[in-house]
Write a protein that binds this ligand. Sequence first.
Ligand SMILES: Nc1ncnc2c1ncn2[C@@H]1O[C@H](COP(=O)(O)OP(=O)(O)OP(=O)(O)O)[C@@H](O)[C@H]1O
Length: 497
Amino acid sequence: MDWTEKYRPTTLSEVRGNNKARDKLEEWAETWDGHRDAVIVHGSPGVGKTSAAHALAGDMGWPVMELNASDSRGADVIERIAGEASKSGTLTGGEAGRRLVILDEADNFHGNADYGGSAEVTRVVKDANQPIVLVANEFYDMSQSLRNSCETIEFRDVSKRSIVPVLRDICRREDVEFEEEALEKIAEDTSGDLRSAVNDLQAVAEEAERLTVEDVVTGQRDTTEGIFDFLDALIKEEDAEGALRASYDVDENPDEMLNWIEDNVPKDYAGGELADAYEFLANADRWLGRVRATQDYSYWRYATDNMTAGVAASRREPKGGWTRYGPPSYWSKLGRTKGTRNTRDAIAERIAEREGTSVATARREILPFLSAMTHHCKNRDLTVRMAAVYELDEKEVSFVTGSGKDTNKVESIVEEAEELRTEETVEHSGSAFFDAGDGAENANDGDEPDATDSSGDDGQETLAAAGSTDDATTAESEPDTDDAEPDDDQSGLSDFM
Ligand SMILES: Nc1ncnc2c1ncn2[C@@H]1O[C@H](COP(=O)(O)OP(=O)(O)OP(=O)(O)O)[C@@H](O)[C@H]1O
């Protein structure tokens, strides 16, 4: 049996590491009759949000009605459940007929037409006659009106200090002998995600007599080694069928596997075969979307077929040699830890404010684009302008570009961006980031900024040009050309890409 299920907290007092949030949730429930607001519980995956909601229901004696965004029953069901006036009931505890509605994946309702759009969800939530807990990973993916009409409780990543005792407790109950450091290592590696920590513990404990740090480390190595062998088989060695078979040995779910393939296949494929491979990856992604929407996991096999057999069959030239495959970069980094998520959101908020988009759009559609264009700060000038316009600090530049935060390169970029800002060369509205090219050079030359040449068209051209170059995706070896002088005599942004 899955330990995360077996040891799911049944009462709020067993929910660890988020005492404040837990108390707030309890208070919300106890005072619900007075305020009748719904509550949004948000935070990273695996920190106990859903468990807390269920535990709360248990403590209050409220039966649970659970729905999620991919549920096809839609808003009318919530309406029926939550809108129903309290009927007579012989339930113990709580009010008669009271029940707790748990809306999981509340940040994802826009993906399901059955709910009739977020306005409809907001209306139902507002008018509900029953307490509703909305559970979400991404607070800002919910509409503002929905956010404003609910109370909000944030669940933080669970600290290592709180994770270790949970693991220790499970070990004792499972009769597993352990080294304290092994538990600490697991807690450290799962950075705040208690579910992953419990999963990792189970995986290692099933293999070892006595849990040691060594076991934990080897366990991790085994899974990553598996994926590297698989990438070799897929990209270089096997035919369609062989690639599919090789994937059976990989201990990653299809979503993760897609990330790995997507990031590594351009290191060996090029031109038409790369385009074909991406076509298959796009197909795989669609199937994964269908799985998310329907919870029908039998579609996983179509996703896997596409990303393995499809990608292998796209190969037109034999591949050889050794390639430095690496873990998926930008996309996988997104949202993995609290720290990176905070950084990401801080940047997205500034982009949103400046460009007049929502934070979610900035994060999903603008940030990845900026990231591709300024990959490893190769286009230094563009990176400086980006840092200037969005007022990025070292950590943020490092997040967007993927370059180390303490490198001279990043430090000097931030310095230069500051100079640029003081000279107010980027103080124009609109697409200043894309237009400020001459401004940047002027800044280096110590000239006055030339405000007259910011025409919106440049931005367009630049973006088109950026799209047509494939350097950003084929960057296999990364010679750091950071000592290139900033006053290189480049004229158009496309030259930098
Ligand atoms: N704070 C916690 N205290 C005790 N156990 C926890 C806690 N957080 C997570 N767990 C363990 O992880 C499992 C999954 O937690 P849960 O599903 O509640 O997380 P979640 O935050 O709702 O994640 P998701 O957003 O992915 O649904 C639980 O069954 C439990 O075993």
